[in-house]
Write a protein that binds this ligand. Sequence first.
Ligand SMILES: Cc1cc2nc3c(=O)[nH]c(=O)nc-3n(C[C@H](O)[C@H](O)[C@H](O)COP(=O)(O)OP(=O)(O)OC[C@H]3O[C@@H](n4cnc5c(N)ncnc54)[C@H](O)[C@@H]3O)c2cc1C
Length: 468
Amino acid sequence: MKIVGEKDVLYLKEDLVAYECDGYTMTKGTPKAVVFVKNTEQVSQIVKYLNSVKVPYIARGAGTGLSGGATPLGGEVIISLVRMKKLLHLDLENRKAVVEPGYVNLKLTQSISDKGYYYAPDPSSQYACTIGGNVAENAGGAHCLKYGVTTNHILGLEVVLPNGDIIQLGEEGIPDRPGYDLLGLLTGSEGTLGIVTKITVKVLKNPEGKKTVLAYYDDINDASQAVSDIISAGIIPAALEMMDSTAIEGVEAAAFPVGHPKDIAAFLLIEVDGIAAGIDDQIEEILTVCKNNNVREVKVAKDEAERALWWANRKTGFGAMGAISPDYLVQDGVIPRTRLPEVLAKIGEVSKKYGLRIANIFHAGDGNLHPLVLFDARVPGESERASKAGSECLKVCADAGGSITGEHGVGIEKSAEMRFIFTDEEIESQTNIRSVFNPEDLLNPGKLFPQPGRCAEIKQELKKAEAQ
Ligand SMILES: Cc1cc2nc3c(=O)[nH]c(=O)nc-3n(C[C@H](O)[C@H](O)[C@H](O)COP(=O)(O)OP(=O)(O)OC[C@H]3O[C@@H](n4cnc5c(N)ncnc54)[C@H](O)[C@@H]3O)c2cc1C
C-alpha cells in the first residue's frame, strides 16, 4: 500500500471474487490481493517487494484469457495493468504507436482510423482485451491469416523482470538487432518471463478496398475443401472463417442473428482486401472455387452495414453459445488445413463418446480450430467430462500433425497437454529458459508447463483410451 496507495489495493474476500479466474472458469483460486499500478516504476517496486517476502504474483490485463493464464492457483498477488491504459505516442509517418499495456486492443484502431490507419491483430475479444495481454498470449484473430499474429506487429517492449529490473527490448529504427531475439521470446511467454509495461506496435494503412463473401454449404467436407482450394489457388484472403451447424444455431439465437439458413452444415466467411483494382478478380476466383465445391448459396456483402453484421455474428460466436448451453469450454487446436474433414469427423466421435455437443468455430484459413464443448456444470460429472472431451479434441489435433493451441495459450488448462507435442527434453529446454528469467518461479507459477501429478494422470488416461 505504501507503493500505490490504499485505494489501489483490493484485499477483502468479496472484492477478490472477481479475480478468481479469467475466461477459463474450470479452475479457480483466491489471490492474496489485487494491486492496481499506474506506472512502470510502481510495477518494479512491487515486484522487488514481493521478491523480498517470497510471495508469488501474476500480471493481469482484462482477464479475457481462455486458458487460465491470469488465474491464481491460490495466494498470489495480482498486479493489474488496466489503469496503465494510455496511448503514449503516435508516429504515423513511421507507422508505429506506443501504448501502455492496459490499452484496449480495439481502441487503437478506433483512435487512428480517421487518419487512415489501423492495428491489424483483431482477437474477437478486442473490445475488452488489452495489448499487454495480447503480447503475453501472442494473440491472433480473424484477420491474422494475411497479416500475421501479434508477434508480427511488435517493434519494442519495456519489461519489468522478475528481479524488478526494467529492460527495453527491440529498438525504434534498428532493424536486425544482434544477439538473441528476446522480443520474440517475451511475446507469447504467457506472463512467465516478465511484466510488459510499454509496447511499440506497427500500425498499417487502411486497405484501399475490401469485400466480404458468405458461402453456405450442405456438406462440411465441401466447405473444408473450398478452404484448401482458395489457398492453393494462390489467394490469401484477409480472413477465411468457418462455422458448423451447432455454432450457427448458437449465433442465430444470440444478439446478432444474420438469418443464416437453419439447415446448412457450415458457412464460410471470406474477406479479401488490398488495392481496389484487384479485389473484384479475387472475389470472382473465390466465387468459382465455392461453386466448384457444391456451395448451396454464395453472396457478397451489399454494403458496410451488412458486412459489419456478418462480422458481429462471427466475432460474438463464443459468447453466443450461452444462448444454447448453460456452459461451454472453448478449445483451441491447430491442424494442417488439408486434414480438416478427417479431424472434424474425429471431433464428432469425441462428442458422441462423451455425450456432449461440440460446436466448431474456426479460423479455417490458418487451420486454427475452436471446438466448443457444450455442457451443464450443474449436472454432476459433466464439467469433468467436458474437460476430458476438450483434451481429446487437442489430442486429435496433435495426432493430425497440429498443435494444442493456436492463440489462446497453454495457461493452466493445457499444461498437461504440452506432452502431446513436446518430449521431456523439449519441455526441459523451455523450463530452463524460464528459470533464467524467473529463477524462483514467483512470477505466474504453475502455468504453461506440465505439473508432474496431472501429467502422469493424463498419460494413464491416454494409455487406457488407446487400449480400449
Ligand atoms: C469472447 C472471447 C473471444 C476471444 N477471441 C480471441 C481471438 O480471436 N484470438 C485470441 O488470440 N484470443 C482470443 N481470446 C482470448 C483472450 O482475449 C486473449 O488471450 C487476450 O490476449 C487476453 O488479453 P487480456 O488483456 O484479457 O489478458 P489476461 O487474460 O488478463 O491475461 C492473459 C495472460 O497474459 C498475462 N499478462 C497480461 N498482461 C500482461 C502484461 N502486461 N505483462 C505480462 N503478462 C501479462 C497474464 O499473466 C496471463 O497469463 C478471446 C477471449 C474471449 C473471452
